[in-house]
Write a protein that binds this ligand. Structure first.
Ligand SMILES: C[S@@+](CC[C@H](N)C(=O)[O-])C[C@H]1O[C@@H](n2cnc3c(N)ncnc32)[C@H](O)[C@@H]1O
Length: 369
């Protein structure tokens, strides 16, 4: 806004904060008009393997080195890299070769998360969320809010996400790999923040454990757990990689849960409505010993408005995930402390505790006695 206009507005008695808000809005609205572009360009970078090529090269690369390694058009690559550097996803550094400064592209902590492999890789998660089957339901969000017809995912695909995954093995694998990305970050945070929740647990069943990545890490991090049971739908359990100390069991958690000292549930209950969670939790309660058993839940906890502001930034992801649940599940949602207390109590648990960890999830322990 021109200074003169601003002075005019102030003269007319318009508060300065209002003028500043207006100016911010003029810029911020573009974030929403083209909000998908960042996701699309990052997806493009993963598909091209830009971060992987720089990592393999072992040092920063010039545009020509990068374009010849990727066998792509340097001019288009330059535009992609200019965008990614602007967003601080890659760094551009100038190195003087014979007094002539040459630009090199270098990795950042974010670009390393775009690599296909590695313990911090989030590539599969980005590829899942940006895949056509996962993007289609977002077009039906307002219809879901208006409670017209079926869920957004079913409206787009004619069946819920788990049936869709069963019928589309490629998509099922992408879900498993995406969840494994998160597990590689969340499980160390659980072990660092509260490994004592697993004290005395000799057998642990991971209900809805996907390809078993979380359980493998838990069993390794808590070596006193002598047996892990990775329990998931038959089409998921049957393709999970074999691992010593872990048995993959296929089944439906609405029917039964294999017996163990403790049950672990991560990113499972948020996929379901309250009555369904109560049903699953009752099955989990029936699977553990009444006296020493426990159910360990790793899920987001939505804070009130004040907590959202004060809490660490990762907790804000919970609000985003709540929208994801609205788009991708039939009746799933992220829950507040009170909502968690309700489903746990209604499932017959006598008490529970909640602990924050350095991840999007908190750790909730529910005790039958
Ligand atoms: C969001 S994923 C979580 C995966 C894993 N716990 C993690 O955090 O990495 C939810 C899992 O629940 C499984 N699931 C869905 N319905 C199920 C059912 N009826 N019985 C057992 N598992 C089920 C899905 O196959 C999927 O692996």
């Amino acid at each position: 806004m021109e200074e003169i206009q601003r002075d005019e507005l102030i003269k007319w008695g318009i508060p300065e904060e209002e003028i500043e808000e207006e100016e911010r809005a003029k810029v911020e609205i573009w974030k929403y008009i083209f909000g998908f572009v960042e996701m699309a360009v990052v997806k493009c970078a993963i598909e091209l393997g830009i971060a992987d090529v720089i990592a393999t090269h072992g040092r920063p690369m010039t545009l020509l080195e990068l374009s010849s390694a990727l066998d792509c058009d340097p001019q288009n690559l330059h535009r992609i890299m200019r965008f990614l550097v602007n967003r601080a996803i890659f760094k551009e550094i100038l190195i003087r070769n014979d007094a002539v400064p040459t630009a090199y592209y270098a990795q950042t902590p974010i670009s390393r998360r775009l690599m296909r492999t590695g313990e911090n890789s989030m590539a599969a998660f980005i590829l899942l969320e940006s895949s056509p089957p996962m993007l289609a339901p977002w077009h039906g969000l307002s219809a879901r809010v208006m409670a017209r017809g079926t869920s957004a995912f079913e409206a787009a695909h004619g069946e819920d996400i788990w049936k869709y995954a069963e019928a589309n093995p490629g998509h099922a694998r992408l879900i498993d790999e995406a969840m494994a990305c998160d597990a590689r970050v969340a499980v160390p945070a659980i072990i660092d923040g509260c490994s004592d929740v697993f004290d005395g647990v000799r057998t642990l069943v991971d209900v809805g454990g996907g390809n078993g990545t979380a359980l493998r890490m838990l069993v390794k991090g808590c070596p006193w757990i002598s047996k892990g049971i990775n329990f998931d739908l038959p089409h998921v359990a049957s393709v999970a990689e074999k691992c010593e100390g872990i048995e993959h069991v296929g089944g439906d958690m609405f029917e039964f849960v294999p017996k163990a000292d403790a049950v672990f549930l991560m990113w499972v209950l948020h996929d379901w409505a309250d009555d369904e969670c109560i049903h699953i939790l009752k099955k989990c309660r029936a699977a553990i010993p009444k006296d020493i058993g426990k159910v360990i839940i790793a899920e987001a906890v939505i804070g009130n408005k004040e907590q959202q502001k004060e809490d660490n930034k990762l907790k804000d992801v919970g609000l985003v995930l709540d929208m994801v649940m609205m788009a991708h599940t039939t009746k799933g949602k992220e829950r507040t402390l009170d909502e968690w207390a309700y489903v746990i109590r209604e499932a017959g648990f006598s008490r529970h505790t909640v602990r924050s960890i350095a991840a999007v999830q908190s750790v909730i322990e529910a005790f039958p006695a």
